[in-house]
Ligand binder design. Sequence first.
Ligand code: 5AD
Ligand code: SF4
Length: 437
Amino acid sequence: MRRLAYIKTFGCQMNEHDSERMLALLEGCGYQETQNLDEADVILVNTCTVREKPEQKAYSILGRFQELRENNPDLIVGIAGCVAQQEGERLLARIPTLDFILGPGKIHHLPEILHEVEKGKRGLCAVGFEDGASVNLPLPHTEQLRAYVTIMQGCDNFCSYCIVPSVRGRERSRPSGDILAEIHALIQRGTKEVILLGQNVNSYANNDPRELTFPRLLAKIDEIPGLERIRFTTSHPKDLTEESIKAFGQLKHLCEHFHLPFQAGSNTVLTKMNRGHTREEYLAKVKRLREVTPQISITADVMVGFPGEGEEDFLQTLELMRAVEFDGLFSFKYSPRKGTRAAQWRNDCTSEVKQRRLEILQELQREITLKKNKALEGEVREVLVEGCSRNSPHKMMGRTRCNRIVNFPGGSELVGKLVFVKITEGLQNSLRGECCG
Ligand code: 5AD
Ligand code: SF4
């Protein structure tokens, strides 16, 4: 009998990657993926707790699944990801019908846990990190043109607002041999682009002198035959070294895109955030990245309404944005996270203030993004074709090396190919173009 699994993923690329690997494990147990909730035999919610919003969304969706379960007592419901790690057994008190709880460091235990649940056990909980550091999880069954590859997990930075160190643990790097072997295997199955993942990739293997440094690892990956593109995320400005910056001028397949969160433009706020860098140091790193690679696209994360952020501090965030002119920006309202230092501080920023600051900031970024996209009109860019365009079956969609989405007329025979596209129109969120070779 065909058994079906439905996975709902919240949060970052790390979680998307974990969901792919959990699906591969489920497939190994005889399940197939379904997008249709009503026909699922197993529902897995992969949660995020980095901000209040994704966490609330996860709880509300779990409530809905509980109702489904009332109609179908055989339905298995599990919760994975960062809420699972943070709350552990407490989740069982809150949602007694849960079958299992699986933290991000215990993903490899999914088959045993599922087996137990199938035998009738309920309320199983596997969280913690002690043996999850260098486990090689099975590759997804389907071919992936762009594939995530975890190179390190966890974070040692303890920014005062951030829950990541407690839900993803301390920094642990995967052996470079395992990473390279995984990329080889992915290429055998059609992968053309890898996105190296870690909470802080620039400190890859920092505490292991026998291991490759991050830029050396990039250089090794760059030599793998058949791989067309390399990307990585996320970087912390304080750990970004000159050697890593120079890799951009030297490695053929390393794409010209850098995601470098700055979080705030004011030094007072940065200090309270325990970021370990000043606004001037951040600007200096951006300057170096652009000196080495003038066409590099730079994106970042920023938040508004951190405790103590005054109007003057906020204006400095806007000023930094104008100085850098980011190609894209992910912006958030600060939300206190239980267990972090900042959660204990009084916050004078009301939700109205946060909302107003976010709107001003996003409006400014929209102007900058559009201006930058328009500036590409008439230019020719290399595009890796990913599939059909969302809006038209006669158009294809791909990404430039700088990570911009391009839609252009073409057929599905182009999927997986690198083509040159002349940009004809720069829009707010994408580009239009014409294939020219
Ligand atoms: N509140 C709001 N945003 C946060 N981020 C991390 N923690 C919080 C928080 N407590 C944002 C940061 C980070 C991104 C992944 O989420 O900008 O870079
Ligand atoms: Fe969310 Fe952080 Fe967990 Fe990613 S690692 S899912 S951003 S809490």
